[in-house]
Every structure is written in C-alpha cells, then in structure tokens.
Design a protein around this ligand. Structure first.
Ligand SMILES: Nc1ncnc2c1ncn2[C@@H]1O[C@H](COP(=O)(O)OP(=O)(O)O)[C@@H](O)[C@H]1O
Ligand SMILES: [Mg+2]
Length: 199
C-alpha cells in the first residue's frame, strides 16, 4: 500500500502515526518511510533511535510523485509523512498515494481546521482518486469527544477508521526511541491491510 499521512494542521499525530504504522506494515512486507516534512521529525526520530527496522528517507519535495516510483521499487509498502505547512508537498504525496490517512484528534479546534485539508483532497481527487480514511488520535478515554467527532465527520461524508488511538504517555514519550509494538497501531495496521484487501 502507498499511504500518505496528512493533515494541514500541525500536531495532529501525523509523524507518530506514520512511524508506528510503518513499523506495523514492515511486519507484512518490506516498508519504506518517506519523511516529506522539511522539519525532518521522522528522520531525526529514527536517527536518535539508532535506526528502525525499516528505512527512512527524507524527501521534502513537491515532485515526490515523480521520484517515488523509482525509490519505492522493491518495497511492498510505502508510508509518506507530510508537513502541515506546505500544501505543494502534501499534494505531491497525495499524487503518489493510493490511501490518504488523516490523523485527527477529536477536538472542536481540530475539526474546525479541517477545511483546507478537505479542499486539497478534493483538488487532487480528479487527478488521483485516493481512498481517504480518518484516524482518530489522542483520544481521551471515557469522554464523549470521539463519538462527537465521528458524528461531525459522518456529516462531512468522511469515513473514519474503527480503530482509535488513545492519548497515551507511551506515544507522547515515543520520539527518539525504537518503535515499540503498541497494540492500538498494530490494530490500525490490520484494519488498513483489511481495507486494502477489500479494495
Ligand atoms: N496518541 C498520542 N498520545 C499522546 N501523545 C501523542 C499521541 N500522538 C502524538 N502525540 C504527541 O503529540 C505531539 C504531536 O504529534 P506528532 O505525531 O508530532 O504530530 P504531527 O506530525 O501531526 O505534527 C507530539 O508531541 C507527540 O508525541
Ligand atoms: Mg510531523
């Protein structure tokens, strides 16, 4: 699968999701993580961790979709982590992907700031009809926020993954460490692979 992880808002869990999902997908087949964020968080994370079990390359460019086919040769899965601030790069990542994953924390502020991302998705749709899925991240346990977000996203016609990623210290403290097998992202990986099989 060619997975682009995006949300034009910062701090929604893109890099965390990209790294943990790449780790999950690596168990299914050779996976390449492309860090398309000029800030290079995924690459710095892998460097600080002494390398991951999958390669990470930094490619923060607006012609990713032209460069990736050659780079991704031999990999079963490709995960692209994208920046919040550079729509040109995100657009290019969408052109290279078959699945667009939007990590969104279920807060009103995050939902309110979703419009630019949705506009970009509909702009790219005619050029490359990617499948879009929302992943709820940083979900506080025992709150109504996730259900409220699901209702709001359903009204926007956005499909939401069944798996939710809770707000957890293990994720907040994960940067710079080897990727642990934490079950929420394992579950999310299986759900994504199931979606792919059913395509
Ligand atoms: N499920 C989670 N639980 C707790 N903290 C999280 C979780 N996911 C991400 N974080 C933290 O939230 C911040 C933003 O996450 P990050 O993945 O860097 O977002 P983005 O790449 O969208 O900017 C980081 O400090 C990260 O450690
Ligand atoms: Mg990031």
């Amino acid at each position: 699968m060619r997975l682009a992880v995006l949300n034009l808002k910062g701090g929604t869990g893109k890099t965390t999701s990209a790294v943990f999902l790449a780790s999950g997908l690596q168990a299914d087949g050779p996976t390449l993580l492309v860090d398309a964020d000029p800030q290079g968080s995924a690459l710095s994370w892998s460097e600080a961790a002494g390398g991951f079990e999958f390669p990470v390359v930094a490619l923060p460019v607006r012609d990713l979709h032209r460069r990736l086919p050659q780079l991704a040769r031999g990999y079963r899965h490709l995960v692209i982590d994208t920046p919040p601030g550079d729509a040109g790069i995100v657009r290019s990542a969408l052109l290279a992907a078959d699945l667009a994953l939007l990590p969104i924390p279920p807060s009103l502020m995050d939902l309110d700031r979703l419009m630019p991302t949705l506009e970009l998705l509909s702009e790219v749709e005619p050029l490359n009809p990617v499948r879009v899925l929302v992943l709820l991240t940083r979900v506080r346990r025992n709150t109504r926020s996730a259900r409220a977000a699901r209702e709001a996203l359903a009204e926007l016609g956005m499909p939401v993954m069944e798996t939710e990623i809770p707000l957890r210290e293990a994720y907040a403290a994960a940067f710079g460490l080897p990727v642990e097998k934490l079950h929420e992202y394992e579950h999310a990986t299986r759900e994504l692979l199931g979606v792919e099989v059913r395509r």
